[in-house]
Ligand binder design. Structure first.
Ligand code: 9MR
Length: 354
């Protein structure tokens, strides 16, 4: 029964409680390897440099069955030297590591409003078309048979959900037009890969979720080879209770595979005065992650495509890089030493069959 399972995993090691020498250190959290209990491939984002970090490699081999390149399969890296000098060295390295370790590879991302503006600047229409189609053909074609799926288009919707973003792609092909074109070209480049539309805040910002559902409807009606829906799931602790579960009830209607594609849950809030303790924030995080994982588990098995976290250790997170790092956020399932966080226990509890 669910409650008792949760209690077991979250409970301190019983012996420690009886030991008069027990320290005040919280008892270790013990979880099975996440890939062994997830209902589908359990994945993580990866940066090529992590492949040289023995601790990261050991944690990944134990827990994950699939990799998503965090940034080195994007235009910002591949086209850094220009359209005519694409650089696939790091994405090749990640793909080879995945293959050597029996892990799946999820391609991220072919077309994104945030990338490629500089590389495509100044092209006339015919050259733009050649470059757009050629990029997708080159990248998706290169990993044909290696990537099991692709985020073909990333984040097309405005943050407030009021419509689709204007960008260099939409200015040439129209708002739905660039998405349709990208999917068609990806389909040709790799006829077997599962093609995803990927977006954040669908389950947390109702207007954005609504806009995503309408976009999916239009694309399917237009004959787009869209085959999967990516919910990035960059969660935060104050998402209202029930919002995530409600959205899963709506998005499941299409019958398409769903990928939790970039899960993390920041403990930070934007409230200027927020005196909540770290323990209180972690309890809220557990509630949000549990709601998400339970909603995913409630999908029909054929719709549970993969479940990916956006990094393994807190210190691997984009929230903990550079200026953004407050030194305290714990958005991921493992701490900086690779020990399970409460988030790992929340996932394990949701994944394990009752
Ligand atoms: O985590 C990624 C970070 O390392 C990169 O610098 C950044 C820009 O490429 O992208 C981050 O990942 C984003 C993902 O590609 C799309 N959804 C939001 C993610 C977090 O910003």
């Amino acid at each position: 029964m669910k409650l008792s399972r949760r209690a077991v995993l979250a409970a301190p090691v019983a012996l420690a409680a009886c030991d008069r020498f027990a320290s005040a250190e919280p008892a270790p959290i013990i979880v099975p390897p996440l890939k062994s209990i997830a209902p589908c491939p359990f994945g993580t984002a990866v940066k090529a440099m992590q492949l040289d970090d023995a601790e990261w490699v050991a944690l990944a081999r134990a827990n994950v069955a699939q990799l998503t390149p965090e940034w080195e399969m994007k235009m910002e890296y591949i086209l850094a030297k220009g359209l005519d000098r694409p650089n696939f060295d790091r994405s090749d390295h990640i793909a080879a590591f995945a293959q050597a370790n029996g892990m799946g590879l999820h391609g991220h991302t072919l077309i994104w409003y945030a990338q490629g503006e500089q590389a495509f600047a100044g092209l006339d229409n015919a050259a733009f078309d050649r470059a757009f189609d050629g990029y997708i053909a080159a990248l998706a074609g290169r990993y044909r048979g290696k990537a099991r799926s692709w985020d073909v288009v990333n984040e097309p919707i405005l943050d407030d959900g009021s419509g689709l973003r204007d960008c260099h792609w939409s200015r040439r092909y129209g708002h739905d037009g660039y998405i349709l074109r990208a999917f068609e070209k990806a389909r040709i480049a790799d006829p077997e890969a599962v093609l995803f539309l990927n977006e954040y805040n669908q389950e947390s910002v109702p207007a954005k979720g609504e806009q995503f559902l309408r976009l999916v409807e239009r694309l399917l009606k237009a004959g787009c080879p869209l085959q999967g829906l990516g919910l990035q799931s960059h969660l935060w602790i104050d998402i209202p209770d029930g919002a995530i579960a409600r959205y899963y009830g709506q998005i499941a209607q299409f019958g398409l595979p769903i990928h939790v594609s970039e899960l993390d849950c920041s403990l930070r809030t934007e409230k200027r005065l927020d005196a909540r303790s770290q323990a209180n924030r972690i309890a809220a995080q557990t509630a949000r992650v549990t709601e998400l994982a339970d909603a995913f588990m409630a999908l029909p098995a054929r719709q549970r495509y993969a479940f990916t976290v956006w990094g393994l250790r807190d210190t691997d997170s984009w929230y903990r890089q550079g200026d953004k790092d407050d030194g305290r956020d714990k958005p991921l399932p493992f701490d900086s030493f690779g020990r399970p966080n409460p988030m790992a226990a929340a996932l394990a509890n949701a994944f394990r069959p009752s």
